[in-house]
Write a protein that binds this ligand. Structure first.
Ligand code: IMP
Ligand code: MG
Length: 427
């Protein structure tokens, strides 16, 4: 049972996605009007009579079709430079950002309803997770049917493997990533995990790297289609069958964008100094069993002992405090160096750059022509951290389409859905 404390905590805006909450609110109305909970006592069973289910299904579909239309209108508005006014959707959900593709929400709802029996439920209304998965389905339908998926980028922890774990050779994610490479989709693993050596990335990703090295059917060109972008946007490695640990570091001068090349080392140091002081203050004031970890492009706190756990509230408080202090500091206010403060679930890190830069570097790296870029509508970033504050995948939304998963098992389901759609398109 959800306690009042949990309910109030979940209501905090930094823990809510306003677009998803708004759609959930729209779907709650037909749920209340059509779900007929008394049917359970009238001998209709839990799944209910077909007419009730059909009615709920029809109403939910209609609402999602209307939202789909509103997104179309929003896209027309965002593409019209001469129109100074916000779209209707922007007025209703002020936090909504730009869309790279239209979203076939009605079709996506029908697909998820077949899997999740949303219209059959009498006591549980369409939930946050229902809406999140409908949006994911709509997004992958869009990137495969309105255009072509050229680049898929993946977060690491929670997306490819469980938090703090590694991508093992037995993981069901591995054959699905190989399948994408076989279809000539480029892959970037864009992770916050910031290491300077190939060995550390090999230890986290060996299941995939070994499978690629041993694969007889991937061509040498397809094997070139995997890169690791670590520390959000700080360390680039390319797959290389002959390199130690199967990864070759790519020197920064080969991939930094002109804007990134202008980030100055003194500003970076200053920003990390402010973040370090703020993190130290949080350790003290919240009495955290944690130690500080300073790297050349990041600073964070990790639990002490390493298998310990920091209370979720303390992690969130820390990330919000550090974010605010950085924003108000002279290093942060100057905006010369972008940064990303996030709650990693067991730790808190402040990194230089963020995943919008990381994904963008990969979009440029794999562009067909020098100086080109794979466009946002041909890119899909899959991650688990999409809340607007204290989450690091969120920033990737500004450069490409995204899918919000909650576990590696959901990534597997998403990749299966994607493979089916790509297969249908080819046939
Ligand atoms: P992601 O989910 O792949 O983006 O990885 C996030 C996790 O990587 C964090 O929660 C940390 O546990 C870990 N990590 C290791 N090094 C760093 C770093 O330099 N910056 C941020 N996170 C790091
Ligand atoms: Mg993650």
């Amino acid at each position: 049972m959800t306690t009042r404390y949990r309910v109030e905590y979940a209501l905090k805006t930094h823990r809510r996605d306003q677009f998803i909450e708004w759609i959930k609110g729209l779907l709650a109305v037909p749920f209340v009007l059509y779900s007929q909970p008394q049917g359970v006592f009238e001998g209709q069973g839990v799944i209910g009579c077909p007419q009730t289910r059909e009615e709920a299904h029809r109403r939910y579909s209609e609402i999602l079709r209307d939202v789909e239309g509103m997104i179309d209108d929003h896209i027309a508005n965002q593409n019209d430079d001469k129109n100074p006014f916000p779209s209707k959707l922007k007025l209703l959900v002020p936090s909504v950002g730009p869309f790279f593709t239209r979203l076939p929400l009605e079709a996506a709802f029908k697909c998820q309803d077949r899997k999740r029996y949303i219209s059959s439920r009498r006591f549980v209304s369409p939930s946050f997770n229902d809406v999140r998965l409908i949006l994911n389905s709509a997004q992958i339908m869009a990137v495969t049917t309105y255009g072509t998926l050229q680049l898929a980028t993946f977060d690491g922890d929670v997306t490819l493997y469980d938090d703090g774990q590694s991508l093992e050779s037995t993981s069901p994610v591995v054959p699905r990533l190989l399948d994408l490479l076989r279809k000539n989709v480029k892959i970037g693993i864009v992770t916050a995990a910031g290491y300077t050596t190939a060995e550390r990335y090999y230890s986290r990703l060996h299941g995939l790297l070994d499978a690629m090295a041993n694969s007889a059917d991937l061509t040498p060109a397809q094997k070139q289609n995997l890169v690791i972008m670590g520390g959000e946007a700080n360390y680039l490695f390319e797959f290389s069958p002959s390199a130690p640990h199967l990864l070759a570091p790519v020197p920064r001068e080969r991939w930094l964008t002109p804007e990134m090349a202008a980030w100055n080392e003194r500003d970076i140091e200053q920003l990390l100094d402010v973040a370090e002081a703020a993190l130290r203050d949080c350790i003290k004031s919240l009495n955290l069993p944690a130690e500080l970890m300073r790297k050349d492009r990041a600073v964070g706190i990790i639990p002490m002992p390493p298998d310990g756990r920091l209370p979720r509230e303390s992690l969130e408080e820390t990330v919000l405090v550090v974010q605010k202090i950085l924003e108000l500091s002279s290093a942060g206010r100057s905006r010369r160096v972008p940064f990303c403060a996030f709650n990693g679930g067991r730790d808190v890190f402040v990194d230089i750059g963020d995943k919008s830069w990381g994904v963008n570097v990969v979009q440029r790296w794999f562009a067909a022509a020098p100086g080109g870029v794979i466009r946002g509508e041909n890119t899909l970033h899959v991650g688990d951290q999409f809340l607007s504050a204290g989450a690091n995948d969120f920033r990737a939304r500004s450069v490409g389409t995204t899918a919000w998963i909650a576990s590696p098992a959901e990534t597997v389901e998403l990749l299966d859905e994607l493979a089916e759609l790509m297969g249908k398109k080819l046939s």
